[in-house]
Design a protein around this ligand. Structure first.
Ligand code: ZN
Length: 332
């Protein structure tokens, strides 16, 4: 069975700053540039590996003047990426060099973890995973292949209690509880990328305020429509939870539901994937719109902010430097 995280979707501030950070600093590929299907005035940007494999994807809804979010109970606390064990030193230096807000190395479940934040304060981490050096990596983003990110490692959810959400992960989404340490309970799906969900159960805590730096939802994988329908049936029959109707997101088909710990979950199909409207070489190259928005393309494009302000032929790197000078840092 296909299981694991499909993508994580978060809320960001200025789109150009978001692009610069995820492509130039983290070395991910912008695999799809489209609009928020529920708000065509805003981008929806997808970053992943070379072809946007499920489990490699983080996506953003950037709004230029978004108010910062505040983490609270019932939210995704952190999104972590896998890197080769030998790459942690490289990344620590890179974060210092680029002025990226990061914390000292931590140990979790025997793994070395480097927590950091993007310019919006989104909580991220790199986790050193032994033995993955030979896995394919996207290296055209300026980070050498030996150090490049190898897809999502995990998300951690900040919840009041473990049990009810754990039941959804194990009974519906294909995970099994495998370990616990301190406040953390670990669930694993067996998938190489995006295979881990950690629940951090802290009892009563602040309510969240969604905004810049907040994760909007976590999407889990279903191989196809039939697998998704089976998961929806289990949600209804075993847990009394209804989902939305299936929604066509062009690159996958989705249902959404609020899990018992209040985090918004999505179940997204692996099919058809990102090469449905661009070739692998073209991915992320032009603004793609769902068919119903095509008649309004001119108006939509005119209303969207530029993704590379200050770009004067120096490429994405100089765009990042410009943006960095203007408003990067002090994100806490
Ligand atoms: Zn989604």
């Amino acid at each position: 069975m296909t299981a694991g995280i499909h993508h994580v979707s978060a809320i960001a501030g200025p789109a150009a700053r978001n692009v610069a950070f995820y492509t130039t600093v983290l070395g991910l590929r912008l695999v799809k540039k489209t609009v928020n299907f529920d708000d065509s005035g805003a981008y929806h940007l997808y970053y992943g590996d070379e072809t946007g494999t499920p489990g490699s994807l983080i996506t953003f809804f950037p709004w230029e003047n978004v108010a910062p979010g505040r983490l609270g109970i019932g939210e995704t606390q952190e999104t972590a990426y896998r890197v080769p064990q030998g790459a942690i030193g490289y990344w620590t230096h890179r974060f210092i060099d680029k002025g990226v807000d990061h914390q000292p190395l931590e140990r979790r479940f025997g793994e070395t973890v480097l927590p950091f934040r993007d310019p919006d304060g989104t909580r991220l981490a790199l986790v050193a995973v032994p033995g993955i050096e030979a896995e394919p990596a996207y290296a055209d983003g300026g980070v050498p292949a030996e150090h490049a990110l190898r897809g999502l490692h995990s998300v951690s959810l900040l919840l009041e209690e473990v049990g009810p959400t754990g039941a959804i992960l194990t009974d519906v989404l294909g995970f099994a509880q495998t370990a616990s340490e301190g406040f953390l309970t670990r669930y694993q799906s067996g998938a190489t990328v995006g295979g881990i969900v950690d629940i951090r159960a802290v009892g009563d805590f602040l309510k969240p305020r969604q905004g810049g730096g907040s994760v909007h939802h976590v999407a889990f994988r279903a191989a196809d429509d039939a697998a998704q329908a089976a998961m929806v049936r289990r949600l209804v029959d075993n847990h009394g939870i209804d989902t939305t109707e299936q929604q066509d997101r062009n690159y996958f088909r989705s249902v959404y539901f609020r899990e018992p710990g209040h985090v918004l979950f999505e179940i997204a199909t692996d099919i058809p994937g990102f090469t449905i409207d661009e070739t692998p070489a073209e991915l992320g190259g032009s603004l793609k719109l769902p068919a119903r928005f095509e008649p309004f393309r001119q108006r939509i494009e005119a209303a969207l902010p530029p993704l590379h302000p200050g770009r004067t032929g120096g490429g994405v790197r100089s765009a990042f430097e410009d943006v960095a000078d203007a408003d990067y840092g002090g994100s806490d």
